[in-house]
Design a binder for this molecule. Structure first.
Ligand code: AMP
Length: 629
Protein backbone atom coordinates (compact mmCIF):
# COMPACT_ATOMS: atom_id res chain seq x y z
CA UNK A 1 0.00 0.00 0.00
CA UNK A 2 1.10 3.54 -0.62
CA UNK A 3 2.35 4.96 2.68
CA UNK A 4 1.47 8.51 1.80
CA UNK A 5 -2.18 7.52 1.38
CA UNK A 6 -2.12 5.56 4.61
CA UNK A 7 -0.62 8.52 6.44
CA UNK A 8 -3.05 11.04 4.97
CA UNK A 9 -5.99 8.87 5.98
CA UNK A 10 -4.70 8.81 9.56
CA UNK A 11 -4.51 12.60 9.68
CA UNK A 12 -7.60 13.52 7.70
CA UNK A 13 -9.95 10.86 9.02
CA UNK A 14 -8.46 9.75 12.31
CA UNK A 15 -11.67 8.18 13.56
CA UNK A 16 -12.14 5.91 10.56
CA UNK A 17 -8.44 5.13 10.48
CA UNK A 18 -8.11 4.18 14.15
CA UNK A 19 -11.40 2.28 14.18
CA UNK A 20 -9.78 0.01 11.62
CA UNK A 21 -6.60 -0.36 13.71
CA UNK A 22 -8.69 -1.05 16.83
CA UNK A 23 -9.75 -4.34 15.24
CA UNK A 24 -6.24 -5.64 15.86
CA UNK A 25 -7.02 -6.17 19.54
CA UNK A 26 -9.83 -7.95 21.41
CA UNK A 27 -12.48 -5.86 23.13
CA UNK A 28 -14.83 -7.21 25.82
CA UNK A 29 -17.21 -4.31 25.26
CA UNK A 30 -17.10 -2.30 22.02
CA UNK A 31 -16.37 1.41 22.28
CA UNK A 32 -19.08 3.95 21.56
CA UNK A 33 -16.85 6.78 20.34
CA UNK A 34 -13.45 6.47 18.63
CA UNK A 35 -12.15 9.85 19.76
CA UNK A 36 -13.25 12.44 22.28
CA UNK A 37 -11.22 15.59 21.68
CA UNK A 38 -13.73 17.95 23.24
CA UNK A 39 -11.23 19.20 25.83
CA UNK A 40 -7.97 19.72 23.94
CA UNK A 41 -5.16 18.98 24.40
CA UNK A 42 -6.58 15.95 26.24
CA UNK A 43 -7.59 13.13 23.90
CA UNK A 44 -9.65 10.12 24.87
CA UNK A 45 -9.54 7.16 22.54
CA UNK A 46 -12.10 4.39 22.17
CA UNK A 47 -14.44 5.83 24.77
CA UNK A 48 -16.73 3.31 26.44
CA UNK A 49 -14.80 0.31 25.13
CA UNK A 50 -13.60 -2.25 27.64
CA UNK A 51 -10.47 -4.28 27.22
CA UNK A 52 -7.37 -5.44 29.10
CA UNK A 53 -3.68 -5.32 28.20
CA UNK A 54 -2.87 -8.62 29.91
CA UNK A 55 -5.76 -10.35 28.17
CA UNK A 56 -4.51 -9.16 24.79
CA UNK A 57 -0.90 -10.05 25.58
CA UNK A 58 -1.49 -13.46 27.10
CA UNK A 59 -5.01 -14.94 27.33
CA UNK A 60 -6.05 -14.38 23.77
CA UNK A 61 -3.19 -16.51 22.48
CA UNK A 62 -4.13 -19.50 24.61
CA UNK A 63 -6.55 -20.88 22.06
CA UNK A 64 -4.15 -20.94 19.12
CA UNK A 65 -0.65 -21.12 20.60
CA UNK A 66 -0.75 -22.05 24.28
CA UNK A 67 2.37 -24.16 23.99
CA UNK A 68 4.41 -21.74 21.89
CA UNK A 69 7.12 -19.65 23.54
CA UNK A 70 5.92 -16.36 25.00
CA UNK A 71 8.66 -15.17 27.34
CA UNK A 72 12.29 -16.21 27.06
CA UNK A 73 14.27 -15.04 30.09
CA UNK A 74 18.01 -15.16 29.48
CA UNK A 75 20.64 -14.11 31.98
CA UNK A 76 24.30 -14.27 31.04
CA UNK A 77 24.95 -13.02 34.55
CA UNK A 78 23.51 -16.04 36.37
CA UNK A 79 23.90 -18.33 33.34
CA UNK A 80 20.26 -19.19 33.23
CA UNK A 81 17.75 -19.48 30.43
CA UNK A 82 14.09 -20.26 30.75
CA UNK A 83 11.28 -20.26 28.23
CA UNK A 84 7.69 -19.75 29.34
CA UNK A 85 4.96 -20.77 26.91
CA UNK A 86 1.82 -18.62 26.71
CA UNK A 87 0.11 -21.18 28.98
CA UNK A 88 2.94 -21.03 31.51
CA UNK A 89 3.06 -17.27 31.39
CA UNK A 90 -0.70 -17.22 31.97
CA UNK A 91 -0.22 -19.41 35.06
CA UNK A 92 2.63 -17.32 36.48
CA UNK A 93 0.83 -14.04 35.90
CA UNK A 94 -2.22 -15.37 37.72
CA UNK A 95 -0.05 -16.45 40.65
CA UNK A 96 1.52 -13.02 40.81
CA UNK A 97 -1.92 -11.39 40.49
CA UNK A 98 -3.25 -13.54 43.32
CA UNK A 99 -0.33 -12.51 45.53
CA UNK A 100 -1.01 -8.85 44.78
CA UNK A 101 -4.69 -9.24 45.58
CA UNK A 102 -3.82 -11.02 48.83
CA UNK A 103 -1.60 -8.06 49.73
CA UNK A 104 -4.54 -5.75 49.34
CA UNK A 105 -3.85 -4.29 45.89
CA UNK A 106 -7.07 -3.01 44.36
CA UNK A 107 -8.06 -1.70 40.95
CA UNK A 108 -6.48 1.72 40.39
CA UNK A 109 -3.86 1.22 43.12
CA UNK A 110 -0.25 1.86 42.13
CA UNK A 111 2.38 -0.85 42.32
CA UNK A 112 6.01 0.21 42.03
CA UNK A 113 8.25 -2.30 40.29
CA UNK A 114 11.98 -1.97 40.97
CA UNK A 115 13.42 -5.07 39.41
CA UNK A 116 16.30 -6.47 37.44
CA UNK A 117 15.62 -8.02 34.03
CA UNK A 118 14.10 -11.25 35.29
CA UNK A 119 10.89 -13.01 34.29
CA UNK A 120 9.17 -12.03 37.55
CA UNK A 121 9.38 -8.39 36.48
CA UNK A 122 7.24 -9.14 33.43
CA UNK A 123 4.88 -11.28 35.55
CA UNK A 124 4.45 -8.30 37.87
CA UNK A 125 3.72 -5.83 35.07
CA UNK A 126 1.23 -8.18 33.42
CA UNK A 127 -0.36 -9.04 36.78
CA UNK A 128 -0.98 -5.35 37.44
CA UNK A 129 -2.52 -4.99 34.00
CA UNK A 130 -4.69 -8.04 34.66
CA UNK A 131 -6.22 -6.71 37.89
CA UNK A 132 -6.37 -3.08 36.82
CA UNK A 133 -3.59 -1.92 39.13
CA UNK A 134 -1.30 0.83 37.80
CA UNK A 135 2.35 -0.10 37.57
CA UNK A 136 5.20 2.31 37.93
CA UNK A 137 8.42 0.65 36.86
CA UNK A 138 11.60 2.34 38.09
CA UNK A 139 14.82 1.57 36.26
CA UNK A 140 17.04 -0.70 38.37
CA UNK A 141 20.01 1.59 37.79
CA UNK A 142 18.36 4.39 39.76
CA UNK A 143 19.26 4.79 43.41
CA UNK A 144 17.53 5.75 46.64
CA UNK A 145 16.70 9.42 46.08
CA UNK A 146 15.35 8.81 42.57
CA UNK A 147 13.27 5.99 43.97
CA UNK A 148 12.04 8.01 46.93
CA UNK A 149 10.81 10.84 44.64
CA UNK A 150 8.88 8.31 42.60
CA UNK A 151 7.45 6.60 45.69
CA UNK A 152 6.19 9.93 47.00
CA UNK A 153 4.64 10.89 43.68
CA UNK A 154 3.00 7.55 42.77
CA UNK A 155 2.12 6.46 46.35
CA UNK A 156 2.28 2.74 45.64
CA UNK A 157 0.53 0.39 48.06
CA UNK A 158 2.97 -2.33 47.03
CA UNK A 159 6.59 -2.38 45.84
CA UNK A 160 7.84 -5.42 43.94
CA UNK A 161 11.60 -5.85 44.04
CA UNK A 162 14.42 -8.36 44.40
CA UNK A 163 17.52 -8.94 46.46
CA UNK A 164 19.81 -7.90 43.62
CA UNK A 165 20.49 -7.57 39.95
CA UNK A 166 23.78 -8.50 38.37
CA UNK A 167 26.01 -6.65 35.96
CA UNK A 168 29.36 -7.66 34.55
CA UNK A 169 29.52 -10.64 36.92
CA UNK A 170 28.90 -8.59 40.05
CA UNK A 171 25.79 -8.55 42.20
CA UNK A 172 24.14 -5.14 42.32
CA UNK A 173 22.05 -5.05 45.51
CA UNK A 174 18.52 -3.62 45.20
CA UNK A 175 17.06 -4.24 48.63
CA UNK A 176 19.32 -1.89 50.65
CA UNK A 177 18.67 0.93 48.17
CA UNK A 178 14.97 0.28 48.37
CA UNK A 179 15.03 0.29 52.18
CA UNK A 180 16.90 3.57 52.09
CA UNK A 181 14.43 5.02 49.59
CA UNK A 182 11.45 4.05 51.75
CA UNK A 183 13.19 5.63 54.74
CA UNK A 184 13.69 8.83 52.71
CA UNK A 185 10.14 8.89 51.37
CA UNK A 186 7.25 10.52 53.15
CA UNK A 187 4.77 8.02 51.80
CA UNK A 188 5.08 4.47 53.10
CA UNK A 189 4.05 1.50 50.94
CA UNK A 190 2.18 -1.17 52.89
CA UNK A 191 4.08 -4.11 51.49
CA UNK A 192 7.27 -5.00 49.66
CA UNK A 193 7.27 -8.24 47.69
CA UNK A 194 10.79 -9.58 47.21
CA UNK A 195 12.18 -12.09 44.77
CA UNK A 196 15.12 -13.77 46.42
CA UNK A 197 17.65 -14.78 43.75
CA UNK A 198 20.22 -15.83 46.30
CA UNK A 199 22.57 -13.05 45.18
CA UNK A 200 22.59 -10.84 48.25
CA UNK A 201 21.43 -11.61 51.80
CA UNK A 202 18.26 -9.72 52.68
CA UNK A 203 16.89 -8.59 55.98
CA UNK A 204 13.13 -8.75 55.77
CA UNK A 205 11.10 -6.23 57.67
CA UNK A 206 8.38 -8.05 59.53
CA UNK A 207 4.86 -7.14 58.57
CA UNK A 208 6.02 -5.20 55.50
CA UNK A 209 8.29 -7.46 53.47
CA UNK A 210 6.98 -10.61 51.82
CA UNK A 211 9.05 -13.37 50.26
CA UNK A 212 7.89 -14.06 46.71
CA UNK A 213 8.67 -17.80 46.66
CA UNK A 214 6.66 -18.46 49.83
CA UNK A 215 3.78 -16.31 48.64
CA UNK A 216 3.80 -18.03 45.25
CA UNK A 217 3.64 -21.44 46.93
CA UNK A 218 0.34 -20.36 48.47
CA UNK A 219 -1.16 -19.52 45.09
CA UNK A 220 -0.04 -22.31 42.78
CA UNK A 221 -3.52 -22.96 41.41
CA UNK A 222 -4.61 -19.36 41.35
CA UNK A 223 -7.19 -18.36 38.81
CA UNK A 224 -7.54 -14.65 38.63
CA UNK A 225 -10.06 -13.41 36.10
CA UNK A 226 -9.22 -10.43 33.94
CA UNK A 227 -10.61 -7.11 35.17
CA UNK A 228 -12.14 -5.38 32.14
CA UNK A 229 -11.18 -1.74 32.05
CA UNK A 230 -12.62 1.23 30.27
CA UNK A 231 -10.25 2.16 27.48
CA UNK A 232 -9.19 5.39 29.22
CA UNK A 233 -8.46 3.83 32.59
CA UNK A 234 -4.85 4.24 33.66
CA UNK A 235 -2.48 1.41 32.79
CA UNK A 236 0.81 2.76 34.03
CA UNK A 237 2.96 5.67 35.11
CA UNK A 238 6.54 5.93 33.89
CA UNK A 239 8.72 8.75 35.17
CA UNK A 240 10.90 10.74 32.84
CA UNK A 241 13.22 13.70 33.18
CA UNK A 242 12.52 17.19 31.99
CA UNK A 243 13.70 20.72 32.60
CA UNK A 244 12.91 20.82 36.29
CA UNK A 245 14.53 18.64 38.93
CA UNK A 246 11.25 16.81 39.52
CA UNK A 247 10.64 13.91 37.13
CA UNK A 248 7.24 13.77 35.42
CA UNK A 249 4.98 10.76 35.65
CA UNK A 250 3.96 9.94 32.10
CA UNK A 251 0.48 8.44 32.41
CA UNK A 252 -0.87 6.03 29.85
CA UNK A 253 -4.28 4.49 29.11
CA UNK A 254 -5.33 0.92 28.35
CA UNK A 255 -7.23 0.71 25.05
CA UNK A 256 -5.36 3.34 23.06
CA UNK A 257 -2.02 1.90 24.14
CA UNK A 258 -3.05 -1.65 23.23
CA UNK A 259 -4.20 -0.49 19.78
CA UNK A 260 -1.06 1.60 19.17
CA UNK A 261 1.17 -1.33 20.06
CA UNK A 262 -0.75 -3.88 18.01
CA UNK A 263 -0.77 -1.48 15.09
CA UNK A 264 2.92 -0.54 15.33
CA UNK A 265 3.93 -4.19 15.69
CA UNK A 266 2.16 -4.84 12.39
CA UNK A 267 2.96 -1.73 10.39
CA UNK A 268 6.36 -0.64 11.68
CA UNK A 269 8.00 -3.63 13.37
CA UNK A 270 6.44 -6.26 11.07
CA UNK A 271 6.21 -8.95 13.75
CA UNK A 272 4.11 -12.07 13.24
CA UNK A 273 2.67 -14.55 15.75
CA UNK A 274 5.03 -17.44 16.46
CA UNK A 275 8.18 -15.41 15.69
CA UNK A 276 10.73 -14.18 18.23
CA UNK A 277 11.39 -10.52 19.09
CA UNK A 278 14.51 -9.38 20.90
CA UNK A 279 14.64 -5.87 22.33
CA UNK A 280 17.83 -5.27 24.30
CA UNK A 281 16.47 -2.40 26.39
CA UNK A 282 15.34 -2.59 30.02
CA UNK A 283 11.84 -2.70 31.48
CA UNK A 284 12.71 0.54 33.31
CA UNK A 285 12.50 2.49 30.03
CA UNK A 286 9.62 3.04 27.67
CA UNK A 287 11.10 0.69 25.06
CA UNK A 288 10.96 -2.04 27.67
CA UNK A 289 7.28 -1.37 28.33
CA UNK A 290 6.23 -1.11 24.70
CA UNK A 291 8.58 -3.49 22.92
CA UNK A 292 9.86 -5.99 25.46
CA UNK A 293 6.70 -6.70 27.41
CA UNK A 294 3.46 -5.56 25.81
CA UNK A 295 4.02 -5.08 22.06
CA UNK A 296 5.55 -8.43 21.10
CA UNK A 297 3.12 -10.41 23.28
CA UNK A 298 0.12 -8.51 21.92
CA UNK A 299 1.42 -9.51 18.48
CA UNK A 300 1.60 -13.17 19.60
CA UNK A 301 5.38 -13.22 19.43
CA UNK A 302 7.88 -14.69 21.87
CA UNK A 303 9.81 -11.91 23.56
CA UNK A 304 13.31 -12.12 24.99
CA UNK A 305 14.15 -10.58 28.34
CA UNK A 306 17.91 -10.30 28.60
CA UNK A 307 19.95 -9.65 31.74
CA UNK A 308 23.58 -8.96 30.91
CA UNK A 309 25.84 -6.78 28.82
CA UNK A 310 26.32 -6.96 25.03
CA UNK A 311 29.91 -8.14 25.46
CA UNK A 312 29.84 -10.84 28.12
CA UNK A 313 31.02 -13.60 27.84
CA UNK A 314 31.99 -11.99 24.50
CA UNK A 315 30.63 -9.62 21.90
CA UNK A 316 28.98 -12.51 20.06
CA UNK A 317 26.43 -13.13 22.81
CA UNK A 318 23.47 -11.26 21.26
CA UNK A 319 24.03 -12.89 17.90
CA UNK A 320 24.18 -16.35 19.50
CA UNK A 321 20.74 -15.56 20.93
CA UNK A 322 19.50 -14.49 17.51
CA UNK A 323 20.70 -17.82 16.08
CA UNK A 324 19.38 -20.01 18.91
CA UNK A 325 15.91 -18.48 19.13
CA UNK A 326 15.58 -17.59 15.44
CA UNK A 327 14.96 -13.95 16.25
CA UNK A 328 13.25 -12.20 13.34
CA UNK A 329 13.12 -8.63 14.65
CA UNK A 330 15.62 -7.03 16.92
CA UNK A 331 15.51 -3.65 18.67
CA UNK A 332 18.54 -1.96 20.24
CA UNK A 333 20.23 1.41 20.72
CA UNK A 334 23.06 3.05 18.74
CA UNK A 335 25.38 3.06 21.79
CA UNK A 336 25.17 -0.73 22.06
CA UNK A 337 26.10 -1.07 18.39
CA UNK A 338 29.04 1.32 18.85
CA UNK A 339 30.20 -0.86 21.73
CA UNK A 340 29.99 -3.98 19.55
CA UNK A 341 31.83 -2.23 16.74
CA UNK A 342 34.93 -2.10 18.94
CA UNK A 343 35.08 -5.89 19.02
CA UNK A 344 36.21 -8.30 16.30
CA UNK A 345 33.42 -8.78 13.73
CA UNK A 346 34.23 -12.51 13.59
CA UNK A 347 32.34 -12.83 16.87
CA UNK A 348 29.22 -11.81 15.03
CA UNK A 349 29.97 -13.58 11.78
CA UNK A 350 30.25 -17.01 13.30
CA UNK A 351 26.50 -17.23 13.95
CA UNK A 352 23.72 -18.03 11.55
CA UNK A 353 21.72 -14.84 11.46
CA UNK A 354 19.51 -15.81 8.55
CA UNK A 355 16.33 -15.58 10.67
CA UNK A 356 16.88 -11.85 11.26
CA UNK A 357 14.86 -9.59 8.97
CA UNK A 358 15.58 -6.16 10.42
CA UNK A 359 17.23 -4.26 13.22
CA UNK A 360 15.47 -1.29 14.81
CA UNK A 361 17.52 1.33 16.61
CA UNK A 362 16.19 4.15 18.78
CA UNK A 363 16.66 6.29 21.85
CA UNK A 364 19.41 8.60 20.57
CA UNK A 365 20.73 9.90 17.27
CA UNK A 366 22.01 7.16 14.98
CA UNK A 367 25.24 8.27 13.32
CA UNK A 368 25.93 7.28 9.74
CA UNK A 369 29.12 5.34 10.49
CA UNK A 370 27.41 3.09 13.01
CA UNK A 371 24.38 2.62 10.82
CA UNK A 372 26.39 1.72 7.70
CA UNK A 373 28.68 -0.63 9.63
CA UNK A 374 25.91 -2.68 11.19
CA UNK A 375 23.90 -2.72 7.96
CA UNK A 376 26.88 -4.20 6.17
CA UNK A 377 27.56 -6.76 8.90
CA UNK A 378 24.00 -7.97 9.20
CA UNK A 379 22.85 -7.50 5.63
CA UNK A 380 19.36 -6.49 6.80
CA UNK A 381 17.60 -3.12 6.85
CA UNK A 382 18.53 -0.93 9.81
CA UNK A 383 15.45 1.02 10.85
CA UNK A 384 16.02 4.11 12.94
CA UNK A 385 12.97 5.26 14.89
CA UNK A 386 12.48 8.42 16.88
CA UNK A 387 10.09 8.72 19.79
CA UNK A 388 9.82 9.51 23.47
CA UNK A 389 8.58 8.13 26.77
CA UNK A 390 5.67 10.49 26.26
CA UNK A 391 4.53 8.99 22.95
CA UNK A 392 4.99 5.29 23.71
CA UNK A 393 5.64 4.35 20.07
CA UNK A 394 7.51 5.84 17.08
CA UNK A 395 6.81 9.39 15.89
CA UNK A 396 9.29 9.09 13.00
CA UNK A 397 10.43 5.94 11.20
CA UNK A 398 9.57 4.04 8.05
CA UNK A 399 6.51 1.80 8.19
CA UNK A 400 7.73 -1.11 6.11
CA UNK A 401 4.63 -3.12 6.99
CA UNK A 402 2.73 -0.61 4.87
CA UNK A 403 5.25 0.19 2.15
CA UNK A 404 8.94 -0.75 1.84
CA UNK A 405 9.98 2.89 1.73
CA UNK A 406 13.69 3.61 1.61
CA UNK A 407 15.53 4.78 4.71
CA UNK A 408 17.82 7.80 4.52
CA UNK A 409 21.16 7.91 6.31
CA UNK A 410 21.10 10.21 9.31
CA UNK A 411 17.31 10.46 9.31
CA UNK A 412 14.98 8.48 11.58
CA UNK A 413 12.47 8.64 8.72
CA UNK A 414 9.13 10.23 7.93
CA UNK A 415 6.17 11.09 10.17
CA UNK A 416 4.46 7.97 11.38
CA UNK A 417 0.71 7.65 10.80
CA UNK A 418 -1.35 9.41 13.44
CA UNK A 419 1.33 12.01 14.14
CA UNK A 420 0.69 15.40 12.54
CA UNK A 421 4.31 16.55 12.76
CA UNK A 422 5.42 20.14 12.14
CA UNK A 423 8.71 22.01 12.39
CA UNK A 424 8.08 25.31 14.12
CA UNK A 425 10.26 28.39 14.37
CA UNK A 426 10.66 28.85 18.10
CA UNK A 427 10.76 32.65 18.00
CA UNK A 428 7.92 33.36 15.57
CA UNK A 429 5.75 30.29 16.03
CA UNK A 430 5.60 29.99 12.22
CA UNK A 431 6.01 26.76 10.30
CA UNK A 432 9.54 26.26 8.94
CA UNK A 433 10.24 25.56 5.31
CA UNK A 434 12.19 22.54 3.99
CA UNK A 435 15.63 22.17 5.58
CA UNK A 436 14.96 25.01 7.99
CA UNK A 437 15.72 24.31 11.63
CA UNK A 438 12.93 24.48 14.18
CA UNK A 439 11.28 22.63 17.03
CA UNK A 440 9.67 19.29 16.27
CA UNK A 441 6.03 19.76 17.26
CA UNK A 442 2.87 17.71 16.86
CA UNK A 443 -0.62 19.00 16.21
CA UNK A 444 -3.23 17.39 18.46
CA UNK A 445 -4.91 15.09 18.99
CA UNK A 446 -1.93 12.89 19.69
CA UNK A 447 -2.66 9.41 18.35
CA UNK A 448 -3.64 6.47 20.58
CA UNK A 449 -0.88 5.21 22.88
CA UNK A 450 0.54 8.62 23.77
CA UNK A 451 0.55 10.04 27.28
CA UNK A 452 -2.84 10.99 28.70
CA UNK A 453 -1.46 13.54 31.12
CA UNK A 454 1.24 14.07 33.75
CA UNK A 455 0.22 11.79 36.60
CA UNK A 456 -1.74 13.82 39.13
CA UNK A 457 -1.02 17.12 37.39
CA UNK A 458 -3.13 18.00 34.33
CA UNK A 459 -1.96 21.57 34.53
CA UNK A 460 1.69 20.58 34.29
CA UNK A 461 0.83 18.51 31.22
CA UNK A 462 -0.74 21.49 29.46
CA UNK A 463 1.86 23.94 30.69
CA UNK A 464 4.93 21.83 29.90
CA UNK A 465 4.03 20.27 26.59
CA UNK A 466 1.30 22.36 24.99
CA UNK A 467 2.14 25.98 25.76
CA UNK A 468 5.36 26.62 23.86
CA UNK A 469 4.27 28.24 20.61
CA UNK A 470 2.79 31.61 19.84
CA UNK A 471 -0.06 30.82 17.47
CA UNK A 472 -1.28 27.38 18.16
CA UNK A 473 -1.59 24.80 20.89
CA UNK A 474 0.93 22.21 19.68
CA UNK A 475 2.73 19.43 21.49
CA UNK A 476 6.43 20.17 21.84
CA UNK A 477 8.89 17.29 21.66
CA UNK A 478 11.66 19.61 22.93
CA UNK A 479 13.83 18.41 20.05
CA UNK A 480 15.31 20.53 17.29
CA UNK A 481 14.80 19.15 13.84
CA UNK A 482 14.54 19.77 10.13
CA UNK A 483 12.45 18.19 7.40
CA UNK A 484 13.81 17.81 3.91
CA UNK A 485 11.80 18.35 0.76
CA UNK A 486 10.81 14.67 0.66
CA UNK A 487 9.40 14.59 4.18
CA UNK A 488 12.37 12.92 5.89
CA UNK A 489 13.20 14.40 9.27
CA UNK A 490 16.57 14.94 10.95
CA UNK A 491 16.83 15.35 14.72
CA UNK A 492 19.36 17.92 15.94
CA UNK A 493 19.33 17.64 19.73
CA UNK A 494 17.18 18.82 22.63
CA UNK A 495 15.89 22.35 23.12
CA UNK A 496 15.80 21.90 26.90
CA UNK A 497 18.20 20.76 29.62
CA UNK A 498 17.65 17.07 29.01
CA UNK A 499 20.71 15.05 28.04
CA UNK A 500 20.93 11.64 26.49
CA UNK A 501 23.64 9.32 27.79
CA UNK A 502 23.79 6.01 25.94
CA UNK A 503 20.10 6.40 25.09
CA UNK A 504 19.21 7.11 28.73
CA UNK A 505 17.38 10.34 29.26
CA UNK A 506 18.61 12.40 32.19
CA UNK A 507 17.77 15.85 33.46
CA UNK A 508 20.81 18.03 34.14
CA UNK A 509 18.82 19.79 36.90
CA UNK A 510 18.38 16.53 38.78
CA UNK A 511 22.11 15.91 38.64
CA UNK A 512 22.81 19.48 39.73
CA UNK A 513 20.47 19.12 42.71
CA UNK A 514 22.21 15.93 43.73
CA UNK A 515 25.70 17.44 43.46
CA UNK A 516 24.58 20.50 45.42
CA UNK A 517 23.73 18.28 48.36
CA UNK A 518 27.46 17.64 48.89
CA UNK A 519 28.37 19.86 51.86
CA UNK A 520 31.37 21.44 50.09
CA UNK A 521 29.52 22.51 46.94
CA UNK A 522 28.07 25.97 46.76
CA UNK A 523 26.98 26.04 43.10
CA UNK A 524 27.08 23.75 40.10
CA UNK A 525 26.24 23.54 36.41
CA UNK A 526 25.86 20.26 34.57
CA UNK A 527 25.92 20.04 30.80
CA UNK A 528 25.76 17.23 28.23
CA UNK A 529 28.97 16.92 26.22
CA UNK A 530 29.39 15.00 22.98
CA UNK A 531 30.93 11.56 23.45
CA UNK A 532 32.03 9.17 20.71
CA UNK A 533 30.64 6.08 22.41
CA UNK A 534 27.70 7.18 24.52
CA UNK A 535 26.43 10.03 22.35
CA UNK A 536 26.63 12.40 25.32
CA UNK A 537 28.06 12.36 28.84
CA UNK A 538 27.31 14.64 31.78
CA UNK A 539 30.08 17.03 32.80
CA UNK A 540 29.84 19.14 35.96
CA UNK A 541 31.41 22.50 36.83
CA UNK A 542 31.21 23.26 40.53
CA UNK A 543 32.08 26.12 42.81
CA UNK A 544 33.44 25.07 46.19
CA UNK A 545 32.64 26.64 49.54
CA UNK A 546 36.33 26.31 50.40
CA UNK A 547 38.22 26.61 47.09
CA UNK A 548 41.48 25.75 48.84
CA UNK A 549 40.31 22.13 49.06
CA UNK A 550 40.85 21.66 45.34
CA UNK A 551 44.12 23.51 45.07
CA UNK A 552 46.27 20.42 44.86
CA UNK A 553 45.67 17.75 42.21
CA UNK A 554 45.14 15.18 45.00
CA UNK A 555 42.61 17.35 46.78
CA UNK A 556 40.75 17.99 43.57
CA UNK A 557 40.71 14.29 42.61
CA UNK A 558 39.42 13.29 46.05
CA UNK A 559 36.63 15.85 45.92
CA UNK A 560 35.70 14.84 42.39
CA UNK A 561 35.40 11.22 43.55
CA UNK A 562 33.34 12.28 46.57
CA UNK A 563 30.93 14.26 44.38
CA UNK A 564 30.56 11.32 42.00
CA UNK A 565 29.84 9.05 44.97
CA UNK A 566 27.00 11.34 46.06
CA UNK A 567 25.40 11.09 42.62
CA UNK A 568 25.88 7.32 42.59
CA UNK A 569 24.22 6.98 45.93
CA UNK A 570 21.31 9.31 45.29
CA UNK A 571 20.50 8.92 41.62
CA UNK A 572 22.48 5.88 40.51
CA UNK A 573 25.60 5.33 38.44
CA UNK A 574 23.72 6.15 35.19
CA UNK A 575 23.58 9.77 36.26
CA UNK A 576 27.19 10.03 37.41
CA UNK A 577 29.02 12.84 35.58
CA UNK A 578 32.05 11.76 33.57
CA UNK A 579 34.03 14.67 35.08
CA UNK A 580 33.56 17.19 37.87
CA UNK A 581 35.65 20.34 37.36
CA UNK A 582 36.09 22.95 40.08
CA UNK A 583 35.89 26.61 39.07
CA UNK A 584 35.75 29.94 40.87
CA UNK A 585 32.82 31.31 38.87
CA UNK A 586 30.10 30.04 36.49
CA UNK A 587 29.01 31.87 33.34
CA UNK A 588 25.68 33.54 34.03
CA UNK A 589 23.49 36.23 32.53
CA UNK A 590 23.19 39.52 34.35
CA UNK A 591 19.87 38.30 35.68
CA UNK A 592 21.60 35.27 37.17
CA UNK A 593 20.60 32.55 34.68
CA UNK A 594 23.21 29.88 34.10
CA UNK A 595 24.54 29.89 30.53
CA UNK A 596 24.60 26.11 30.18
CA UNK A 597 24.62 26.27 26.40
CA UNK A 598 27.77 28.37 26.36
CA UNK A 599 29.47 25.98 28.77
CA UNK A 600 28.44 23.08 26.58
CA UNK A 601 29.73 24.81 23.46
CA UNK A 602 33.13 25.40 25.06
CA UNK A 603 33.31 21.77 26.19
CA UNK A 604 32.66 20.69 22.62
CA UNK A 605 35.20 23.10 21.20
CA UNK A 606 32.56 25.29 19.59
CA UNK A 607 31.96 29.01 19.73
CA UNK A 608 30.27 30.05 22.99
CA UNK A 609 27.44 31.75 21.08
CA UNK A 610 25.61 34.96 21.92
CA UNK A 611 27.28 36.48 24.98
CA UNK A 612 25.64 39.89 25.04
CA UNK A 613 23.92 39.14 28.34
CA UNK A 614 26.87 37.58 30.13
CA UNK A 615 27.68 39.05 33.52
CA UNK A 616 31.42 38.34 33.57
CA UNK A 617 33.16 37.01 30.44
CA UNK A 618 36.13 35.83 32.50
CA UNK A 619 33.91 33.00 33.80
CA UNK A 620 34.27 31.41 30.36
CA UNK A 621 38.03 31.53 30.72
CA UNK A 622 37.67 29.57 33.91
CA UNK A 623 35.70 26.86 32.11
CA UNK A 624 38.37 26.69 29.40
CA UNK A 625 41.12 26.54 31.99
CA UNK A 626 39.37 23.79 33.94
CA UNK A 627 39.05 21.72 30.77
CA UNK A 628 42.71 22.02 29.97
CA UNK A 629 43.78 20.51 33.31
P1 AMP B 1 13.14 8.91 26.01
O1 AMP B 1 11.90 9.57 26.48
O2 AMP B 1 14.02 8.47 27.12
O3 AMP B 1 12.84 7.82 25.04
O4 AMP B 1 14.00 10.01 25.25
C1 AMP B 1 13.44 10.65 24.15
C2 AMP B 1 14.45 11.54 23.51
O5 AMP B 1 15.55 10.77 23.02
C3 AMP B 1 13.93 12.29 22.32
O6 AMP B 1 13.21 13.45 22.68
C4 AMP B 1 15.19 12.56 21.54
O7 AMP B 1 15.89 13.66 22.06
C5 AMP B 1 16.00 11.30 21.77
N1 AMP B 1 15.77 10.29 20.72
C6 AMP B 1 15.03 9.18 20.79
N2 AMP B 1 15.09 8.46 19.66
C7 AMP B 1 15.90 9.13 18.81
C8 AMP B 1 16.34 8.91 17.47
N3 AMP B 1 15.98 7.84 16.79
N4 AMP B 1 17.15 9.85 16.92
C9 AMP B 1 17.52 10.95 17.62
N5 AMP B 1 17.13 11.20 18.87
C10 AMP B 1 16.33 10.31 19.49
Amino acid sequence: MNYQKFYQASIQEPETFWAEQARLIDWKVPYTQVLDHSKPPFAKWFVGGETNLCYNAVDRWLETQADKAALIAISTETNSEKTYSFAELHTEVQRMAAIMLSLGVKQGDRVLIYMPMIAEAAFAMLACARIGAVHSVVFGGFASKSLATRIDDAKPVLVVSADAGMRGGKAVPYKPLLDEAIALAEYQPQHVLLVNRGLDAMKLQQGRDVDYASARAQHMDAQVPVTWLESNAMSYVLYTSGTTGKPKGVQRDVGGYAVALASSMKNIFCGNPGETYFATSDIGWVVGHSYIVYGPLIAGMATIMYEGTPIRPDAGIWWSIVEKYKVTRMFSAPTAIRVLKKHPPELMRKYDLSSLKSLFLAGEPLDETTSSWIAEELGVPIIDNYWQTETGWPILSVARGVEAKATRLGSPGVAMYGYNVHIINEATGEECGPNEKGVVAIKGPLPPGCMQTVYGDDQRFVQTYWSNFAHEQLYSTFDWGIRDADGYYFILGRTDDVINVAGHRLGTREIEESISSHPEISEVAVVGVEDKLKGQVAVAFAILKHPALAETPEGSKALEAAVMAVVDKQLGAVARPARVHFVGMLPKTRSGKLLRRSIQAICEGRDAGDLTTIEDPSSLQQIKAALSH
